[in-house]
Ligand binder design. Structure first.
Ligand code: FE2
Length: 261
C-alpha cells in the first residue's frame, strides 16, 4: 500500500494549498490513502467541522491532530461524529474521541495512531511510548501495518520514538515544528521515519504565522495576536510504500505554489 501523509495544514493558506496542490499529488503518486495533520487548520489553531470537511473534500481520508486539538469550540462533538478524525492517543483516559483507528487499505488493515510528545509542549499527557506499547499489544495479530503521527516539539523525543518503534511499525512521522527535516529514512527493520514532515501553509511566514506578528512577539515579549501569513503556499508531505508491514520506499515532497499565477 502507498500512503501520502500531508504535514500540518496551517490556516486558510494551508487549506488553499490542499485544494490546489493535493489533486496533482494524488494523480502523480496514486496513494491508497491520504492522511493529514489538521490541528492548525482553523485560523492556525484547532479544527472546526467546516475546516475538517474542507480537508476531507480535498482528498484526505484520515485527519490527525495535536496540541491544538481542543482550541475550537465543538471539537469534542466533531470527534464523536467523525470516525476518521483522530486526536493524540495519549491524552488521559476520559478525553473525547479516539487516538487510533484501523482502516482498510487495499484489503489490508492499517492501524493509524496519533501521539503527542511531552517534551517542551506545555502539557503533560500520558507517556507516548507506553501508550504505543498498549495499543500495539491490544492490536497484535489483528493489523497488517502501522502508521504513527507523533506530534511533538523536541527532535530528540521524535528520534527516540523512531528507535522505540523500530521494526514494530511501518512509519513514524513527526509533526508540529512545521519545518521539513532532511532525515527521512528507512531502518534495517523496515520502519520509515522523519523528525518533521514540515508544513502545508504560507511559505513566507514564521511557521505559518505572519512574520510581522511573530517578530513583534519576540521583540516585545507581549502576547501579540497571530494571523496567518499571506502569499504563496507550500505543501509538505511524505509518500511511503508499505509491504508486509514494512516500509519499502519513502520520499519527501515539498511542493510550492507555481509562481506564474
Ligand atoms: Fe502543534
Amino acid at each position: 500500500m502507498k500512503l501520502l501523509f500531508v504535514a500540518d495544514v496551517a490556516g486558510k493558506p494551508g487549506r488553499r494549498a490542499l485544494r490546489e496542490g493535493l489533486p496533482g499529488l494524488i494523480q502523480e503518486h496514486a496513494p491508497d490513502l491520504v492522511i493529514a495533520n489538521g490541528e492548525n487548520a482553523a485560523g492556525g489553531l484547532g479544527i472546526t467541522a467546516e475546516t475538517y470537511q474542507e480537508i476531507v473534500r480535498a482528498g484526505v481520508g484520515v485527519v490527525t491532530l495535536g496540541n491544538h486539538t481542543w482550541d475550537k469550540r465543538g471539537t469534542e462533538e466533531l470527534l464523536d461524529q467523525e470516525p476518521f478524525l483522530l486526536r493524540p492517543a495519549n491524552y488521559p483516559p476520559g478525553a473525547p474521541g479516539r487516538g487510533w483507528l484501523v482502516v482498510s487499505v487495499t484489503g489490508r488493515r492499517l492501524l493509524v495512531v496519533n501521539l503527542i510528545g511531552r517534551a517542551l509542549m506545555g502539557i503533560s499527557p500520558d507517556c507516548p511510548f507506553r501508550t504505543m506499547d498498549a495499543i500495539l499489544g491490544e492490536q497484535a495479530g489483528q493489523v497488517d501495518a502501522v502508521f504513527v503521527d507523533f506530534h511533538a516539539e523536541a527532535t530528540s523525543e521524535k528520534q527516540a520514538m523512531a528507535y522505540y518503534l523500530d521494526g514494530r511499525v511501518a512509519a513514524v512521522v513527526g509533526t508540529h515544528t512545521h519545518v521539513q527535516t532532511a532525515d527521512l529514512g528507512i531502518s534495517a527493520q523496515g520502519t520509515a521515519s522523519i523528525t518533521d514532515v514540515g508544513m502545508t501553509g504560507p511559505t513566507n511566514s514564521v511557521i505559518g504565522v505572519d512574520p510581522k506578528a511573530a517578530l513583534e512577539r519576540f521583540l516585545t515579549q507581549r502576547p501579540v495576536r497571530f494571523e496567518s501569513a499571506a502569499g504563496p503556499w507550500q505543501l509538505d508531505a511524505v509518500v511511503i510504500s508499505i509491504e508486509e508491514g514494512k516500509a519499502t520506499s519513502a520520499d519527501v515532497i515539498h511542493l510550492v505554489e507555481a509562481s506564474d499565477r
